[in-house]
Write a protein that binds this ligand. Structure first.
Ligand code: KIV
Length: 364
């Protein structure tokens, strides 16, 4: 009787392999199968025009490899009977300016430039919501500006980003564009815009793009990947956003770190890969376990831009108002402010008010 090998069921051996790993070693699930993109336009072949077929072609003989075959003359549509050959010496031809190859990665601002920075140097993004801040952060040298829906908590007095509307975002995006920044402008799709329907998402993205955005940002991973793929196919560049999603703060019950458990780490990996495959040019990783963010940055092609996810991502983004001390609410623990503009402004304004109050006034 042949030896009966005990073969463990596949499920059991998988389980063992997973339980051996620490949460910092991400399980690699099978990549999402690509669906055909419905919206991509198929380039129609242009019918041959008269001018394209009627070029005079020199009569040539084709030397075939088969020596048995007789060389056949190529029949041109219109054969020049007497080729005009100039006998005068010709000056060297200047290459037509239209033929110059343009390296898009060299031109700022565009998504290729941002994507091309991966592995070269750390990418820097900051938020702006108006023309003045747009000018300032651009002059400071950022690679991109995010018109974030954090405008709700920093400027508009809301306690979350949820009340921010697409009209708010269009208003602030066009203000940022009027500041004429010399960098990429990415605008946030606010709460609900990515979950109603694809048509709604497309329409809202169109409004942002036609009012100054170079790209849009969408919160969510695998769940929104199919819609992102369709948006990208229409020509709208998309930045992804995974980890802590501030628009879901009511559902998750508060702000916290993501990726510390095995399950969450695997789910973040699937999210990141889904966004890469959907065509995101960059992905924001918010409040992610530092070890997981570091691994993800090396495993996906688009740059992983961190916020509260450690310093080993491909770049960093912060809310400018937090950074320069203009946020009235308590700051997230990962922000180290580099100025106290709120306090300095308050002191300056208080001084002005007191001085003006003590001005002599005309008495009746
Ligand atoms: O709205 C925003 O400012 C953001 C950043 C926190 C990444 O999404």
């Amino acid at each position: 009787m042949p030896d009966e090998k005990k073969v463990k069921p596949v499920e059991d051996s998988k389980k063992e392999a997973v339980s051996d790993k620490t949460p910092s070693e991400i399980k690699k699930p099978v990549r999402r199968k690509k669906k055909p993109v419905v919206l991509s336009k198929v380039k129609e072949k242009k019918p041959a025009t008269k001018s394209s077929v009627a070029k005079p072609v020199e009569k040539k003989e084709i030397i075939t490899q088969d020596s048995e075959e007789k060389p056949q003359p190529v029949e041109s549509a219109k054969v020049a009977t007497e080729p005009v050959v100039s006998t005068r010496p010709q000056p060297p031809r200047e290459p037509s300016p239209r033929r110059h190859r343009v390296d898009l990665a060299e031109i700022k601002p565009n998504i290729k430039y941002i994507a091309g920075l991966k592995g070269k140097r750390s990418i820097v993004g900051l938020t702006a919501y108006d023309a003045i801040m747009s000018k300032l952060v651009s002059k400071a040298g950022v690679d991109f500006i995010l018109v974030g829906d954090s405008v709700g908590t920093t400027l508009l007095g809301y306690d979350t980003t949820i009340p921010v509307t697409i009209d708010d975002m269009v208003h602030h995006t066009s203000a940022v564009r009027r500041g004429q920044p010399g960098c990429l402008v990415v605008a946030d799709l606010p709460f609900g815009e990515a979950s109603l329907s694809f048509d709604r998402l497309l329409e809202s993205s169109r409004r942002l793009m036609q009012n100054g955005a170079d790209a849009v940002k969408i919160e969510g991973g695998k769940d929104v990947a199919d819609d992102i793929e369709k948006l990208v196919a229409t020509g709208i560049p998309v930045m992804g956003h995974i980890g802590l999603l501030p628009q879901t703060v009511k559902a998750i019950g508060g702000y916290r770190k993501f990726g510390s458990s095995r399950e969450e780490a695997d789910s973040l990996y699937t999210d990141a890969i889904s966004l890469e495959e959907a065509g995101c040019f960059a992905v924001i990783a918010e409040m992610m376990d530092e070890r997981i963010a570091t691994q993800l940055a090396t495993q996906i092609l688009p740059p992983l831009i961190g916020i509260g996810s450690g310093d080993k991502c491909d770049g960093q983004i912060l809310v400018t108002h937090d950074l320069i001390g203009l946020t009235p609410s308590p700051l997230p623990s990962f922000v180290k402010p580099c100025a106290s503009l709120g306090l300095d402004g308050l002191n300056a304004l208080t001084g002005y008010v007191q001085k003006t109050r003590s001005n002599p006034i005309a008495k009746k």
